[in-house]
Design a protein around this ligand. Structure first.
Ligand code: ZN
Length: 113
């Protein structure tokens, strides 16, 4: 499952980060999940519960922040509202997706000895 491999690479990243900083514990993770990333946040949360044991994240909660999709004009930067035609009213340029398809590890809170 997509979510499982995401969580596994997330845990790898956090593990490496914690090790390189000499952290004794990780307390909190915050991950942004774009609306169009194709990731089910519930599946992501349960995959995390499943895999975090015996990692540096065993005692850390995972906060998942959904990021709504947003489009903009690549020329003038005008925001293009969802539901409208996905084209800039001023320049007639096709809209460009600005946020909404990303998965981003935004923040790691850890304890450093
Ligand atoms: Zn425009």
């Amino acid at each position: 499952m997509h979510e499982y491999s995401l969580i596994q690479s997330l845990l790898d990243v956090v593990d490496a980060e914690a090790r390189s900083r000499g952290a004794t514990a990780v307390h909190h993770l915050r991950v942004q999940v774009g609306e169009l990333s194709g990731v089910e946040t519930e599946l992501l949360a349960s995959a995390y519960e499943l895999f975090r044991e015996h990692t540096s994240c065993a005692g850390a909660d995972l906060e998942i922040v959904p990021v709504p999709a947003r489009w903009g004009c690549p020329d003038c930067g005008a925001e293009i509202v969802r539901g409208d035609v996905l084209r800039c009213a001023a320049c007639a340029r096709p809209a460009q997706l600005e946020t909404g398809d990303e998965i981003l590890l935004e923040r790691i809170e850890m304890e450093v000895a």
